[in-house]
Design a protein around this ligand. Structure first.
Ligand code: ZN
Length: 204
C-alpha cells in the first residue's frame, strides 16, 4: 500500500510555515513502513530535536483507479479517519533549504499514524464538511474542517491518480490545518472526528 500525502492544503497552515499558497496540490509519499496502526504509541526518533504533529483527515482508497475523473472520485473511497503526519521539522527545514526531497523528515518508521476507520455513510456531514481536531493532554491544539481545503478530496484523487495508480488500501493524508507544533515525550494525543474520539496515543 501507498501513503500519499498532500502538503499546504489549508491556507492558514501554509502561512504559519511561511510557504506560498500552491497553484497545484503538493504531493509527497511515505513508505508503508511509516504506518503506525491504532494501539501503537509514537516513539520520538533520535535523529530529530523537533518532531511536529500534523492532524489530517485520511481517506482510504477502496478501488483500483487511474486517471479518475473528479466527478467519479467519490466512488473510490468510503472510509475516513484522523491521521497524524509526524514531521521532523528541523530535518525538513534543512532539506528544503537545499532543495532536497523530504523523505527522511516525513517517511521514517511510525511517521503516519491512522485512527479508526469510520464509514462515511455513518457521519452526519459529507466529505467536504467534516470537522476534526487534535487535543494534547486535553487541550485543543488543532481544529480543522475539510470545507477549508484548497483542493477538496475529490479533486485531489483526480489529480493524484493522473500520476499514480491508486490501489485498494492506499491512504491519502489530505493536509493539515494551522496549529502544528512540537511534540514532547509523555504527551497524550487524542484526535476527534465529528466530535467522536478517533485516535488516542502516547508520545514516548
Ligand atoms: Zn501533513
Amino acid at each position: 500500500m501507498k501513503i500519499i500525502c498532500i502538503g499546504r492544503n489549508y491556507a492558514k497552515h501554509a502561512a504559519e510555515l511561511k510557504n506560498e499558497i500552491p497553484d497545484e496540490p503538493v504531493i509527497f509519499m511515505k513508505p508503508d513502513t511509516a504506518l503506525l496502526s491504532k494501539g501503537n504509541d509514537f516513539y520520538l526518533p533520535k535523529f530529530s530535536e523537533e518532531i511536529h504533529y500534523e492532524a489530517e483527515l485520511v481517506v482510504r482508497i477502496n478501488r483500483v483507479g487511474k486517471n479518475i475523473q473528479e466527478k467519479f472520485a467519490h466512488k473510490y473511497y468510503s472510509q475516513v479517519a484522523v491521521g497524524l503526519d509526524f514531521t521532523a521539522r528541523d530535518l525538513q527545514q534543512k532539506l528544503k533549504e537545499k532543495g532536497l526531497p523530504w523523505e527522511k523528515a516525513k517517511g521514517f518508521d511510525g511517521a503516519a499514524a491512522v485512527g479508526n476507520w469510520v464509514d462515511l455513510n455513518t457521519l452526519p456531514n459529507d466529505i467536504n464538511n467534516l470537522r476534526f481536531s487534535l487535543h494534547i493532554d486535553g487541550i485543543e491544539r488543532q481544529n480543522g474542517c475539510t470545507a477549508d481545503m484548497l483542493f477538496p478530496v475529490d479533486k485531489m484523487i483526480a489529480y493524484v491518480s493522473s500520476f499514480f495508480t491508486l490501489k485498494v488500501g492506499d491512504v491519502l493524508f489530505t493536509g493539515t490545518p494551522e496549529g502544528v507544533g512540537k511534540l514532547e515525550r509523555g504527551q497524550r494525543l487524542t484526535a476527534l472526528l465529528e466530535g467522536s474520539e478517533n485516535l488516542n496515543m502516547v508520545v514516548n
